[in-house]
Write a protein that binds this ligand. Structure first.
Ligand code: DGJ
Length: 740
């Protein structure tokens, strides 16, 4: 899929304008083929082949998804499954690309509708198709009623990652209700030893990698919370027994949607795995009047024989080159300072200027003022919704602070939480009807705030104008866009009852619309997606934001496993990581400044400490490590990541290595939780180097064994490796190898 065609996929969300592509490459001539004699479609790249066909009944049947097949290799024929006894008729046991609930379907439907006459049976058969470059659109239609579904496919020639979505149209003369709509069903080969890998968590404890066998029955990954959530992230990987970090087949996918979502994983009666994902059907209903249509989000998925590490690297590259707003060449993340942990709500002009002075001394490039600058925001009980500068804290507005930050050579960023309102605010007093709620029912608060109903056009337009004014009147390079609670009572009482549940779709489209339009009006603006930490990270929001806040948990040791989990799905290039104070507020754990830096330098570096408490020595250490970080950040942020030793499951060690995309540099980070019994730190064998090339060692922190050569071949560093002399508790080392 070219950069442009990725954008076309996103453009299928009709209300979202597309952004002009930055570059385009022609897809390989044989990327997509249709064989008219066998009715088989193949999407192929040098690594991957994906095939489906029209069977004798007219169903669109999945045929193959795995390593590349040559065009003259035989594919399975598109022939329906025989079914099993009287209990499992053939329609349900045939692996369909997009099974609607009708006929004999007992597994998860991709689509379920209800007609006004009580009929709920929908059976989709092939009608026609179009092929355009790497893009395939297959039109399906119900066997008797004029309900049509266009399935959209695209394949990225570089990674073999597929993009799928569905466009559902009502051509009947009466309204119908869509009760369930997935972007895609992915069918995997049969197997009885699959493991499912997924990411779960909660506030300040996101990105836990869960691994469990796929057993009969459904495994449901979902958010019912109105947004992506900390609880589960819309990413999965499936592996047969024997697959590990470095080798073995992996099927993986990520849903590009920032609202309630669901991914269902289940084996069918032949032990083929079906993965169905899209809008969460819980409390879902979307009425389609005659002539109306509904677009699903895009579900991306890929295959690699190269293990979980390679699956992550493919996703990272895909995100950098196809998803992020600055794709295909996002600029390096600037080193930022953020005031939150230093001041909380207690911000004012003098205090922020002092912090800015200190941040500039250590090489910070972006100064971000967090919560507390607006309205009556002295704590989290008041002010959200009133995006006017607090005159007591900033008597001359934001201009003097911004000018000072610029004079210090940094750009300026600001925290906002536009989707929320405190009941104690001017906005809520004026528009109490603007929040998600059911009339006459309690309005459950979270952090003393309610959720504005962005699905309403007046709310959407108000937020856009407030933010547009803020950005027009002030030279703001960056918004940290926060979102600190989940939905409750998701009512939209201005709509007819049968249309109120559209809120699940319309809200997210409005959010995307605001972000897109702000970016268009302010082309230099960069945005961070934050939701009380990592509660809104997905490929949908990443299309419109340049980085994400990984977690409110800034304990550098907890962060090792949080960051490890994050990288299964998302690139370190967006993974913000701050150096904060010790002991850290999360665990009261004390660690050295160097250890804290090295933990944060595994991602996109920020500083969030109270600099007024730092010693001269701290400033010197920080300045040195910020300078070092700048010399390796493109490698860390946009290189190939190798998770050498996982910090999971109580491991006393962990290590990551990044190789720059041109292969000229590699960076190794190694951490020791606690040494015991005189055991040495494990010898580290590097990966992904050119065996013939020579690499010179540069030590950023820690100590290699005294026999370590200053320079050696890639073969040496990979085969003989490097011995780091780490001993004690919470120790860390970082070394760089530069190609000579
Ligand atoms: C939650 C964010 O995750 C924090 O970093 C901080 O911005 C606070 N909100 C501010 O209220």
């Amino acid at each position: 899929m070219t950069h442009r065609s990725t954008w076309l996929m996103f453009a299928f969300l009709a209300s979202i304008p597309t952004q002009a592509p930055a570059a385009e490459t022609a897809p390989a001539a044989d990327t997509v083929r249709y064989d008219g004699s066998t009715h088989i479609f193949t999407l192929s790249t040098p690594q991957v082949t994906y095939a489906f066909g029209v069977n004798e009944r007219g169903e669109l049947q999945s045929l193959y998804w795995g390593g590349h097949l040559n065009s003259d290799d035989p594919l399975p024929t598109a022939k329906s499954d025989t079914g099993s006894a009287s209990f499992d008729p053939s329609t349900g046991s045939t692996p369909q690309e997009y099974p609607a609930w009708g006929s004999a379907l007992y597994t998860e439907p991709a689509l379920k509708v209800s007609f006004p006459d009580g009929n709920r049976d929908l059976v989709l058969h092939y009608l026609s198709h179009t092929i355009n470059g790497s893009h395939v659109a297959v039109l399906l239609k119900d066997i008797s009623r004029d309900v049509r579904v266009e399935l959209r496919y695209d394949i990225d020639p570089d990674s073999g990652i597929l993009a799928r979505s569905a466009h559902i149209e009502n051509h009947t003369s009466k309204p119908l209700s869509v009760q369930q709509a997935a972007a895609a069903t992915w069918n995997l080969p049969a197997g009885n030893d699959y493991m499912l890998h997924s990411l779960s968590g909660r506030w300040a404890a996101e990105w836990h990698l869960d691994q469990r066998p796929v057993l009969p029955g459904q495994t449901v990954l979902e958010s019912r919370r109105g947004s992506t959530s900390h609880q589960n992230n819309p990413w999965f990987a499936l592996t047969p027994a024997g697959t590990g970090e470095d080798s073995g087949p992996v099927w993986f996918g990520a849903l590009a949607w920032s609202g309630s979502w669901r991914i269902t994983v289940e084996p069918d009666l032949r032990r083929r795995i079906r993965v169905t994902g899209g809008y969460n059907p819980f409390d879902f209903s979307y009425r389609l009047a005659p002539g109306e249509s509904l677009d699903t989000p895009v579900f991306f998925a890929g295959y690699t024989p190269g293990g979980l590490g390679e699956a992550s690297r493919l996703l990272h590259r895909f995100e950098l080159t196809h998803v992020l707003p600055q794709a295909p060449q996002p600029r390096a993340r600037p080193v930022l300072y953020n005031s939150w942990e230093a001041t909380e709500f207690n911000v004012n002009e003098a205090g922020q200027m002092k912090l800015a002075d200190m941040a500039a001394r250590i090489g910070v490039e972006r100064f971000v003022m967090d919560d507390g600058w607006f309205g009556a925001r002295d704590n989290d009980h008041a002010g959200l919704g009133d995006w006017v500068v607090n005159p007591r804290k900033f008597p001359h507005g934001l201009q003097p602070l911004i000018a000072k930050v610029h004079d210090l050579g940094m750009d300026f960023g600001l925290w906002v939480e536009p989707e929320m309102v405190n009941p104690d605010s001017a906005l809520y007093r004026k528009h109490p009807d603007w929040v998600l709620s059911f009339p006459g029912r309690p309005r459950t608060e979270g952090r003393n705030q309610l959720v504005l109903n962005l699905a309403r056009q007046d709310v959407r337009d108000h937020l856009f104008h407030v933010l547009d004014d803020l950005l027009t009147q002030n030279d703001i390079a960056f918004l940290k866009w926060d979102y600190n609670r989940n939905w409750t009572e998701p009512g939209w009482s201005e709509q007819k009852p049968e249309d109120q549940q559209r809120v699940y779709v319309a809200y997210v489209h409005s959010l995307y619309w605001i972000l897109q339009h702000l970016r268009e009006r302010h082309p230099k603006l960069e945005i961070e997606s934050c939701s009380g930490g990592g509660g809104r990270v997905d490929l949908g929001i990443m299309r419109l934001t340049d980085e994400v806040w990984t977690s409110d948990n800034t304990d550098p040791f907890d962060r090792l496993s949080i960051q490890d989990g994050f990288t299964y799905a998302y690139t370190p290039g967006v993974m913000m990581a701050w150096v904060t104070d010790s002991p850290n507020w999360v665990n009261q754990r004390s660690t050295s400044l160097e250890y804290r830096f090295l933990s944060s330098m595994q991602g996109s570096l920020g500083i969030g400490a109270d600099l007024t408490r730092w010693s001269d020595q701290d400033f010197q250490t920080a300045k040195r490590l910020v300078t070092d970080y700048k010399s390796i950040r493109m490698t860390v942020q946009q290189g190939l990541l190798y998770r050498l030793i996982s910090p999971r499951d109580g491991s006393p060690y962990s290590a990551t290595q990044s190789v720059s995309s041109d292969g000229a540099q590699t960076v190794l980070f190694a951490f020791l939780h606690s040494s015991s019994m005189l055991y040495p730190y494990p010898r580290i064998h590097l990966k992904g180097l050119d065996p013939q090339a020579r690499y010179r060692l540069r030590v950023l922190a820690g100590k290699p064994d005294e026999n370590t050569p200053k320079e050696a071949s890639g073969a040496y560093w990979m085969s003989d490796g490097i011995q780091l002399m780490l001993k004690g508790d919470f120790q860390a080392a970082a070394v760089v190898l530069d190609r000579t």
